[in-house]
Design a binder for this molecule. Sequence first.
Ligand code: PLP
Length: 477
Amino acid sequence: MSHGSTHHDVLPAFARDPEVADLIERIVARVEALQTGFTGARPADPARKESYDAWLSRNGGVRGRASLYPYVGSGAGRGPLVELADGSVKWDMINGIGVHMFGHADGRMVRAGLRAAVADLVMEGNLQFNADSIAIAELLVAEASKGSSIRHAFITNSGCMANESALKVCQQKTGASPRVIAFADCFMGRSTTMSQIGDGPAYRQGVVQNVLVDYMPFYDPAMGERSIEMAAWHLEQVIHRYPGQHSCFVMEPVQGEGGFKVAPREFFVRLMTICRKAGIPVWADEVQSFGRTERMFAFQMMDLGEFVDVVTIGKMSQVCACLFTEAMNPKAGLLSGTFSSSVSAFQSGLEALTILRDGGYYGPDGRNARLHAAFREHADRLVAAHPEWFPPARDSLGRAQPSLVGGVGGMMRLTPFGGDKDRIMKLLHAMFDEGVIAFICGHGPYHVRMLAPVGVMEPAHMGPVFEVIERAFRKVG
Ligand SMILES: Cc1ncc(COP(=O)(O)O)c(C=O)c1O
Protein backbone atom coordinates (compact mmCIF):
# COMPACT_ATOMS: atom_id res chain seq x y z
CA MET A 1 0.00 0.00 0.00
CA SER A 2 1.40 3.41 -0.91
CA HIS A 3 -0.26 6.59 0.32
CA GLY A 4 0.88 10.16 -0.02
CA SER A 5 3.25 11.72 -2.52
CA THR A 6 6.50 11.42 -0.61
CA HIS A 7 8.85 8.88 -2.08
CA HIS A 8 9.11 5.60 -0.15
CA ASP A 9 12.89 5.73 0.28
CA VAL A 10 12.81 8.97 2.29
CA LEU A 11 10.36 7.64 4.88
CA PRO A 12 11.74 6.70 8.29
CA ALA A 13 12.57 2.98 8.18
CA PHE A 14 9.88 1.91 10.67
CA ALA A 15 7.25 3.80 8.65
CA ARG A 16 8.02 1.57 5.65
CA ASP A 17 7.00 -1.55 7.59
CA PRO A 18 3.68 -2.74 6.07
CA GLU A 19 2.08 -3.24 9.47
CA VAL A 20 3.10 0.22 10.71
CA ALA A 21 1.95 1.71 7.38
CA ASP A 22 -1.40 -0.02 7.80
CA LEU A 23 -1.84 1.28 11.35
CA ILE A 24 -1.01 4.78 10.18
CA GLU A 25 -3.65 4.54 7.47
CA ARG A 26 -6.21 3.47 10.06
CA ILE A 27 -5.43 6.53 12.18
CA VAL A 28 -5.62 8.83 9.14
CA ALA A 29 -9.00 7.34 8.19
CA ARG A 30 -10.27 7.74 11.76
CA VAL A 31 -9.16 11.39 11.90
CA GLU A 32 -10.89 12.03 8.57
CA ALA A 33 -14.08 10.48 9.96
CA LEU A 34 -13.86 12.79 13.00
CA GLN A 35 -13.66 15.81 10.70
CA THR A 36 -16.98 15.38 8.95
CA GLY A 37 -18.76 17.76 11.32
CA PHE A 38 -16.65 20.73 10.18
CA THR A 39 -18.67 22.29 7.39
CA GLY A 40 -18.59 26.01 8.12
CA ALA A 41 -18.07 28.66 10.79
CA ARG A 42 -19.95 28.21 14.05
CA PRO A 43 -20.13 30.16 17.31
CA ALA A 44 -18.52 29.21 20.60
CA ASP A 45 -20.13 26.76 23.00
CA PRO A 46 -21.22 28.83 26.08
CA ALA A 47 -20.47 25.85 28.32
CA ARG A 48 -16.78 26.14 27.45
CA LYS A 49 -16.52 29.89 28.07
CA GLU A 50 -15.13 29.69 31.58
CA SER A 51 -12.34 27.25 30.80
CA TYR A 52 -11.55 29.11 27.56
CA ASP A 53 -11.23 32.43 29.37
CA ALA A 54 -8.99 30.72 31.91
CA TRP A 55 -6.66 29.55 29.09
CA LEU A 56 -6.56 33.07 27.67
CA SER A 57 -5.70 34.57 30.98
CA ARG A 58 -3.00 31.93 31.59
CA ASN A 59 -1.54 32.74 28.17
CA GLY A 60 -1.49 36.47 28.91
CA GLY A 61 0.04 35.81 32.32
CA VAL A 62 2.83 33.54 31.17
CA ARG A 63 3.74 35.62 28.12
CA GLY A 64 3.50 38.92 29.91
CA ARG A 65 0.88 40.27 27.51
CA ALA A 66 -2.32 39.14 25.87
CA SER A 67 -2.26 37.85 22.29
CA LEU A 68 -3.77 39.92 19.51
CA TYR A 69 -6.78 37.60 19.21
CA PRO A 70 -8.44 35.52 21.93
CA TYR A 71 -7.20 32.41 20.12
CA VAL A 72 -6.48 29.00 21.63
CA GLY A 73 -6.85 26.14 19.15
CA SER A 74 -8.51 22.88 20.18
CA GLY A 75 -6.15 20.90 17.90
CA ALA A 76 -8.96 20.01 15.51
CA GLY A 77 -10.16 21.35 12.18
CA ARG A 78 -10.73 20.51 8.57
CA GLY A 79 -9.09 22.20 5.60
CA PRO A 80 -9.52 25.98 5.93
CA LEU A 81 -11.69 25.54 9.06
CA VAL A 82 -10.14 25.56 12.52
CA GLU A 83 -11.78 24.74 15.83
CA LEU A 84 -10.87 26.79 18.88
CA ALA A 85 -10.90 25.46 22.42
CA ASP A 86 -14.20 27.31 23.06
CA GLY A 87 -15.85 25.08 20.44
CA SER A 88 -16.13 27.84 17.82
CA VAL A 89 -15.10 27.06 14.24
CA LYS A 90 -13.56 29.76 12.06
CA TRP A 91 -12.33 30.15 8.49
CA ASP A 92 -8.58 30.42 8.87
CA MET A 93 -7.52 33.00 6.30
CA ILE A 94 -4.13 33.71 7.89
CA ASN A 95 -2.89 30.21 8.82
CA GLY A 96 -0.09 31.15 11.16
CA ILE A 97 1.02 33.95 8.77
CA GLY A 98 1.17 31.58 5.84
CA VAL A 99 2.46 28.41 7.47
CA HIS A 100 -0.49 26.01 7.39
CA MET A 101 -0.76 25.74 3.64
CA PHE A 102 -2.90 22.60 3.93
CA GLY A 103 -5.08 24.10 6.61
CA HIS A 104 -6.03 21.95 9.56
CA ALA A 105 -5.65 18.20 10.09
CA ASP A 106 -5.28 17.48 6.38
CA GLY A 107 -4.98 13.71 5.98
CA ARG A 108 -1.74 14.04 4.03
CA MET A 109 -0.13 16.11 6.76
CA VAL A 110 -1.46 13.84 9.52
CA ARG A 111 0.05 10.86 7.69
CA ALA A 112 3.39 12.66 7.30
CA GLY A 113 3.37 13.49 11.01
CA LEU A 114 2.61 9.91 12.00
CA ARG A 115 5.44 8.65 9.82
CA ALA A 116 7.74 11.15 11.48
CA ALA A 117 6.53 10.00 14.89
CA VAL A 118 7.94 6.50 14.35
CA ALA A 119 11.37 7.80 13.34
CA ASP A 120 14.31 7.31 15.67
CA LEU A 121 14.59 11.06 16.21
CA VAL A 122 12.52 14.09 17.03
CA MET A 123 14.98 16.67 15.69
CA GLU A 124 17.53 16.32 12.93
CA GLY A 125 20.75 18.32 12.90
CA ASN A 126 23.64 19.35 10.74
CA LEU A 127 25.82 16.49 12.00
CA GLN A 128 23.30 13.63 12.06
CA PHE A 129 20.38 13.61 9.68
CA ASN A 130 18.13 11.32 7.71
CA ALA A 131 17.42 11.11 3.98
CA ASP A 132 14.37 13.39 4.22
CA SER A 133 16.57 16.40 5.00
CA ILE A 134 18.58 15.76 1.83
CA ALA A 135 15.49 15.14 -0.29
CA ILE A 136 13.78 18.40 0.69
CA ALA A 137 16.92 20.44 0.01
CA GLU A 138 17.25 18.71 -3.36
CA LEU A 139 13.62 19.41 -4.21
CA LEU A 140 14.04 23.09 -3.36
CA VAL A 141 17.22 23.39 -5.40
CA ALA A 142 15.68 21.53 -8.36
CA GLU A 143 12.73 23.93 -8.38
CA ALA A 144 14.73 27.09 -7.67
CA SER A 145 17.28 26.29 -10.36
CA LYS A 146 14.61 26.49 -13.07
CA GLY A 147 15.73 29.65 -14.84
CA SER A 148 18.36 30.56 -12.24
CA SER A 149 21.86 29.52 -11.15
CA ILE A 150 20.75 28.46 -7.65
CA ARG A 151 22.56 25.20 -6.80
CA HIS A 152 22.67 24.72 -3.02
CA ALA A 153 20.42 24.90 0.03
CA PHE A 154 21.12 25.31 3.73
CA ILE A 155 18.12 24.31 5.85
CA THR A 156 17.14 26.33 8.91
CA ASN A 157 14.23 26.21 11.31
CA SER A 158 13.09 29.81 10.95
CA GLY A 159 12.84 32.40 8.21
CA CYS A 160 14.93 34.69 10.34
CA MET A 161 17.77 32.15 10.53
CA ALA A 162 17.54 31.63 6.77
CA ASN A 163 17.98 35.39 6.43
CA GLU A 164 20.86 35.49 8.91
CA SER A 165 22.53 32.77 6.84
CA ALA A 166 21.92 34.70 3.61
CA LEU A 167 23.42 37.86 5.05
CA LYS A 168 26.54 35.99 6.17
CA VAL A 169 26.90 34.37 2.74
CA CYS A 170 26.67 37.80 1.10
CA GLN A 171 29.06 39.40 3.56
CA GLN A 172 31.66 36.69 3.13
CA LYS A 173 31.38 36.86 -0.65
CA THR A 174 31.96 40.61 -0.66
CA GLY A 175 34.88 40.58 1.79
CA ALA A 176 32.89 41.67 4.86
CA SER A 177 31.21 44.63 3.20
CA PRO A 178 29.45 46.44 6.03
CA ARG A 179 26.32 47.89 4.40
CA VAL A 180 23.00 46.41 3.26
CA ILE A 181 20.54 47.84 0.73
CA ALA A 182 16.90 47.07 1.51
CA PHE A 183 13.47 48.36 0.55
CA ALA A 184 11.50 50.72 2.75
CA ASP A 185 8.78 48.82 4.66
CA CYS A 186 10.55 45.46 4.37
CA PHE A 187 10.31 42.77 7.05
CA MET A 188 13.11 40.29 7.70
CA GLY A 189 12.56 38.57 11.06
CA ARG A 190 13.33 39.30 14.70
CA SER A 191 17.01 38.64 15.40
CA THR A 192 18.95 41.72 16.49
CA THR A 193 20.27 42.15 12.94
CA MET A 194 17.05 41.39 11.06
CA SER A 195 14.95 43.58 13.32
CA GLN A 196 17.28 46.46 12.47
CA ILE A 197 17.08 45.87 8.71
CA GLY A 198 13.31 45.32 8.83
CA ASP A 199 11.83 48.76 8.31
CA GLY A 200 9.49 49.35 11.22
CA PRO A 201 10.20 51.54 14.24
CA ALA A 202 8.70 49.01 16.67
CA TYR A 203 11.10 46.28 15.52
CA ARG A 204 14.11 48.41 16.43
CA GLN A 205 12.78 49.90 19.65
CA GLY A 206 15.48 49.56 22.30
CA VAL A 207 17.74 47.49 20.01
CA VAL A 208 21.35 48.66 19.64
CA GLN A 209 21.74 50.10 16.14
CA ASN A 210 24.86 48.56 14.65
CA VAL A 211 23.73 47.56 11.16
CA LEU A 212 24.25 49.98 8.29
CA VAL A 213 21.20 49.97 6.03
CA ASP A 214 20.44 52.08 2.96
CA TYR A 215 16.71 52.10 2.24
CA MET A 216 15.30 52.23 -1.25
CA PRO A 217 11.76 53.22 -2.25
CA PHE A 218 9.64 50.27 -3.41
CA TYR A 219 7.68 50.52 -6.64
CA ASP A 220 5.02 53.21 -6.57
CA PRO A 221 2.10 52.32 -8.85
CA ALA A 222 0.79 55.89 -8.76
CA MET A 223 4.05 57.03 -10.42
CA GLY A 224 4.35 54.10 -12.83
CA GLU A 225 7.38 54.32 -15.13
CA ARG A 226 8.72 57.34 -13.23
CA SER A 227 8.96 55.21 -10.10
CA ILE A 228 11.45 52.93 -11.85
CA GLU A 229 13.57 55.93 -12.85
CA MET A 230 13.49 57.31 -9.32
CA ALA A 231 14.42 54.01 -7.71
CA ALA A 232 17.31 53.55 -10.15
CA TRP A 233 18.49 57.08 -9.34
CA HIS A 234 18.35 56.34 -5.60
CA LEU A 235 20.30 53.13 -6.04
CA GLU A 236 23.02 54.80 -8.12
CA GLN A 237 23.28 57.49 -5.43
CA VAL A 238 23.65 54.98 -2.63
CA ILE A 239 26.32 53.04 -4.52
CA HIS A 240 28.11 56.27 -5.41
CA ARG A 241 28.03 57.37 -1.77
CA TYR A 242 29.42 54.09 -0.41
CA PRO A 243 31.39 52.45 -3.22
CA GLY A 244 32.32 48.82 -2.59
CA GLN A 245 30.62 48.79 0.81
CA HIS A 246 27.42 46.84 0.12
CA SER A 247 27.20 43.13 0.84
CA CYS A 248 23.79 42.77 -0.85
CA PHE A 249 20.51 44.26 -1.96
CA VAL A 250 17.78 42.26 -0.20
CA MET A 251 14.39 42.36 -1.94
CA GLU A 252 11.01 40.81 -1.23
CA PRO A 253 9.64 40.17 -4.75
CA VAL A 254 6.18 40.68 -3.23
CA GLN A 255 6.33 42.79 -0.08
CA GLY A 256 4.63 40.94 2.77
CA GLU A 257 4.33 42.89 6.01
CA GLY A 258 4.86 46.08 3.98
CA GLY A 259 1.41 45.71 2.41
CA PHE A 260 1.36 42.94 -0.22
CA LYS A 261 2.93 45.33 -2.68
CA VAL A 262 3.83 44.09 -6.13
CA ALA A 263 6.05 45.65 -8.78
CA PRO A 264 6.46 45.02 -12.50
CA ARG A 265 9.37 42.95 -13.78
CA GLU A 266 11.05 46.04 -15.27
CA PHE A 267 11.36 47.60 -11.83
CA PHE A 268 13.38 44.68 -10.49
CA VAL A 269 15.35 44.17 -13.70
CA ARG A 270 16.50 47.79 -13.63
CA LEU A 271 17.68 47.61 -10.02
CA MET A 272 19.16 44.13 -10.30
CA THR A 273 21.12 45.15 -13.41
CA ILE A 274 22.63 48.06 -11.51
CA CYS A 275 23.58 45.70 -8.66
CA ARG A 276 25.11 43.24 -11.10
CA LYS A 277 27.26 46.01 -12.61
CA ALA A 278 28.40 47.15 -9.16
CA GLY A 279 29.17 43.59 -7.97
CA ILE A 280 26.44 43.69 -5.30
CA PRO A 281 24.79 40.29 -4.70
CA VAL A 282 21.01 40.17 -5.16
CA TRP A 283 19.09 38.34 -2.46
CA ALA A 284 15.39 37.56 -2.86
CA ASP A 285 13.67 37.18 0.52
CA GLU A 286 10.76 34.88 -0.34
CA VAL A 287 10.03 33.79 3.20
CA GLN A 288 6.46 35.04 2.81
CA SER A 289 5.90 34.84 -0.95
CA PHE A 290 7.35 31.34 -1.45
CA GLY A 291 4.80 28.89 -2.85
CA ARG A 292 1.95 31.39 -2.94
CA THR A 293 2.26 33.17 -6.26
CA GLU A 294 1.87 31.82 -9.79
CA ARG A 295 5.20 30.00 -9.67
CA MET A 296 6.79 28.21 -6.74
CA PHE A 297 9.22 31.16 -6.43
CA ALA A 298 7.98 34.71 -7.03
CA PHE A 299 11.30 35.51 -8.73
CA GLN A 300 10.32 32.92 -11.35
CA MET A 301 6.88 34.43 -11.80
CA MET A 302 8.68 37.61 -12.90
CA ASP A 303 11.39 35.79 -14.81
CA LEU A 304 14.17 37.23 -12.66
CA GLY A 305 16.14 34.02 -12.21
CA GLU A 306 19.21 35.19 -14.09
CA PHE A 307 19.76 37.94 -11.49
CA VAL A 308 19.32 36.15 -8.15
CA ASP A 309 22.37 35.08 -6.17
CA VAL A 310 20.67 34.11 -2.91
CA VAL A 311 17.05 33.21 -2.09
CA THR A 312 15.50 32.63 1.31
CA ILE A 313 12.24 30.80 1.87
CA GLY A 314 10.10 29.66 4.78
CA LYS A 315 6.64 29.36 6.24
CA MET A 316 4.61 26.99 4.02
CA SER A 317 7.69 24.85 3.34
CA GLN A 318 7.63 23.91 7.07
CA VAL A 319 11.43 24.01 7.08
CA CYS A 320 13.14 27.22 6.01
CA ALA A 321 16.12 27.52 3.70
CA CYS A 322 18.84 29.74 2.37
CA LEU A 323 19.49 28.88 -1.29
CA PHE A 324 22.49 30.13 -3.22
CA THR A 325 24.50 29.83 -6.42
CA GLU A 326 27.81 28.00 -6.77
CA ALA A 327 29.62 31.33 -6.81
CA MET A 328 28.09 32.26 -3.43
CA ASN A 329 28.85 28.91 -1.76
CA PRO A 330 30.53 29.97 1.51
CA LYS A 331 33.63 28.54 3.16
CA ALA A 332 33.26 25.71 5.70
CA GLY A 333 32.30 26.92 9.15
CA LEU A 334 29.99 29.74 8.14
CA LEU A 335 26.67 27.86 8.16
CA SER A 336 25.67 25.24 10.71
CA GLY A 337 23.62 24.79 13.88
CA THR A 338 22.47 22.10 16.31
CA PHE A 339 19.04 21.69 14.74
CA SER A 340 18.16 21.77 11.08
CA SER A 341 14.52 20.98 11.81
CA SER A 342 12.17 18.34 13.22
CA VAL A 343 11.54 15.04 11.43
CA SER A 344 7.87 15.96 11.26
CA ALA A 345 8.75 19.30 9.57
CA PHE A 346 10.92 17.45 7.03
CA GLN A 347 8.29 14.80 6.32
CA SER A 348 5.34 17.18 6.13
CA GLY A 349 7.36 19.79 4.21
CA LEU A 350 8.41 17.21 1.67
CA GLU A 351 4.86 15.99 1.26
CA ALA A 352 3.53 19.54 0.95
CA LEU A 353 6.13 20.65 -1.58
CA THR A 354 5.67 17.51 -3.67
CA ILE A 355 1.92 18.14 -3.86
CA LEU A 356 2.51 21.80 -4.66
CA ARG A 357 4.98 20.94 -7.40
CA ASP A 358 2.81 18.27 -9.03
CA GLY A 359 -0.72 19.33 -8.13
CA GLY A 360 -1.55 22.04 -10.69
CA TYR A 361 -0.98 24.98 -8.35
CA TYR A 362 1.07 27.13 -10.70
CA GLY A 363 0.69 28.97 -13.98
CA PRO A 364 -1.83 31.64 -14.98
CA ASP A 365 -4.66 29.10 -14.64
CA GLY A 366 -3.23 27.17 -11.68
CA ARG A 367 -4.98 26.69 -8.33
CA ASN A 368 -3.24 29.70 -6.76
CA ALA A 369 -4.29 32.02 -9.58
CA ARG A 370 -7.86 30.70 -9.54
CA LEU A 371 -8.13 31.16 -5.78
CA HIS A 372 -6.91 34.72 -6.17
CA ALA A 373 -9.43 35.38 -8.94
CA ALA A 374 -12.24 34.17 -6.64
CA PHE A 375 -10.97 36.46 -3.89
CA ARG A 376 -10.94 39.44 -6.27
CA GLU A 377 -14.42 38.67 -7.53
CA HIS A 378 -15.88 38.74 -4.01
CA ALA A 379 -13.74 41.65 -2.84
CA ASP A 380 -14.59 43.77 -5.90
CA ARG A 381 -18.26 43.04 -5.39
CA LEU A 382 -18.05 44.12 -1.75
CA VAL A 383 -16.25 47.35 -2.67
CA ALA A 384 -18.81 48.16 -5.38
CA ALA A 385 -21.80 47.37 -3.15
CA HIS A 386 -20.54 49.35 -0.14
CA PRO A 387 -18.71 52.51 -1.18
CA GLU A 388 -19.35 53.81 2.36
CA TRP A 389 -16.84 51.23 3.69
CA PHE A 390 -14.32 51.91 0.95
CA PRO A 391 -13.36 55.59 0.69
CA PRO A 392 -10.08 56.30 -1.12
CA ALA A 393 -6.99 55.11 0.77
CA ARG A 394 -4.33 57.78 0.64
CA ASP A 395 -0.57 57.33 0.96
CA SER A 396 1.77 59.62 2.90
CA LEU A 397 1.77 62.06 -0.07
CA GLY A 398 -2.01 62.24 0.02
CA ARG A 399 -2.48 60.33 -3.24
CA ALA A 400 -5.32 57.83 -3.55
CA GLN A 401 -4.12 54.26 -3.87
CA PRO A 402 -4.95 52.98 -7.39
CA SER A 403 -6.71 49.86 -6.11
CA LEU A 404 -8.41 48.82 -2.88
CA VAL A 405 -8.12 45.12 -3.73
CA GLY A 406 -4.67 43.69 -4.34
CA GLY A 407 -1.98 41.07 -3.93
CA VAL A 408 -1.19 37.99 -5.99
CA GLY A 409 -1.98 34.27 -5.68
CA GLY A 410 -2.43 33.28 -2.04
CA MET A 411 -1.46 36.80 -0.85
CA MET A 412 -4.71 38.79 -0.71
CA ARG A 413 -5.33 42.32 0.43
CA LEU A 414 -8.36 44.54 0.90
CA THR A 415 -8.25 48.21 1.97
CA PRO A 416 -11.37 49.46 3.76
CA PHE A 417 -11.86 52.67 5.78
CA GLY A 418 -9.24 54.62 3.83
CA GLY A 419 -6.57 52.31 5.27
CA ASP A 420 -7.17 53.56 8.84
CA LYS A 421 -5.37 51.24 11.27
CA ASP A 422 -7.73 51.52 14.23
CA ARG A 423 -10.87 50.92 12.19
CA ILE A 424 -9.25 47.98 10.39
CA MET A 425 -8.22 46.45 13.71
CA LYS A 426 -11.83 46.78 14.93
CA LEU A 427 -13.01 45.11 11.74
CA LEU A 428 -10.48 42.29 12.15
CA HIS A 429 -11.72 41.63 15.68
CA ALA A 430 -15.32 41.63 14.46
CA MET A 431 -14.34 39.21 11.70
CA PHE A 432 -12.69 36.99 14.28
CA ASP A 433 -15.85 36.99 16.40
CA GLU A 434 -18.01 36.23 13.37
CA GLY A 435 -15.77 33.43 12.11
CA VAL A 436 -12.92 34.58 9.83
CA ILE A 437 -9.35 34.95 11.04
CA ALA A 438 -7.30 37.45 9.03
CA PHE A 439 -4.57 39.96 9.85
CA ILE A 440 -3.26 43.41 8.99
CA CYS A 441 -0.41 44.55 6.74
CA GLY A 442 1.02 47.78 5.41
CA HIS A 443 2.48 50.80 7.17
CA GLY A 444 -0.15 53.33 6.12
CA PRO A 445 -2.42 52.89 4.39
CA TYR A 446 -3.11 49.64 6.28
CA HIS A 447 -4.90 46.66 4.75
CA VAL A 448 -6.82 43.55 5.71
CA ARG A 449 -4.39 40.74 4.90
CA MET A 450 -5.24 37.17 4.02
CA LEU A 451 -2.76 34.34 3.54
CA ALA A 452 -5.27 31.72 2.50
CA PRO A 453 -4.43 28.01 2.91
CA VAL A 454 -3.73 27.59 -0.79
CA GLY A 455 -3.09 23.87 -0.49
CA VAL A 456 -6.69 23.06 0.39
CA MET A 457 -8.80 26.10 -0.21
CA GLU A 458 -11.23 26.00 -3.13
CA PRO A 459 -12.53 29.10 -4.94
CA ALA A 460 -16.04 28.14 -3.77
CA HIS A 461 -14.95 28.64 -0.13
CA MET A 462 -14.64 32.38 -0.78
CA GLY A 463 -18.45 32.69 -0.82
CA PRO A 464 -19.00 31.73 2.84
CA VAL A 465 -15.82 33.56 3.87
CA PHE A 466 -17.10 36.82 2.38
CA GLU A 467 -20.54 36.32 3.94
CA VAL A 468 -18.82 36.36 7.33
CA ILE A 469 -16.65 39.33 6.34
CA GLU A 470 -19.72 41.31 5.26
CA ARG A 471 -21.45 40.56 8.57
CA ALA A 472 -18.40 41.89 10.40
CA PHE A 473 -18.40 45.06 8.28
CA ARG A 474 -22.05 45.64 9.21
CA LYS A 475 -21.12 45.42 12.89
CA VAL A 476 -18.35 48.03 12.73
CA GLY A 477 -18.97 49.91 9.47
C1 PLP B 1 9.68 38.45 4.14
C2 PLP B 1 9.97 37.80 5.46
N1 PLP B 1 11.24 37.51 5.79
C3 PLP B 1 11.55 36.92 6.96
C4 PLP B 1 10.56 36.58 7.88
C5 PLP B 1 10.95 35.95 9.19
O1 PLP B 1 10.54 34.62 9.25
P1 PLP B 1 10.37 33.89 10.66
O2 PLP B 1 9.25 34.58 11.37
O3 PLP B 1 10.10 32.46 10.32
O4 PLP B 1 11.66 34.04 11.39
C6 PLP B 1 9.23 36.86 7.58
C7 PLP B 1 8.15 36.53 8.54
O5 PLP B 1 7.06 37.03 8.47
C8 PLP B 1 8.92 37.48 6.33
O6 PLP B 1 7.66 37.78 6.00
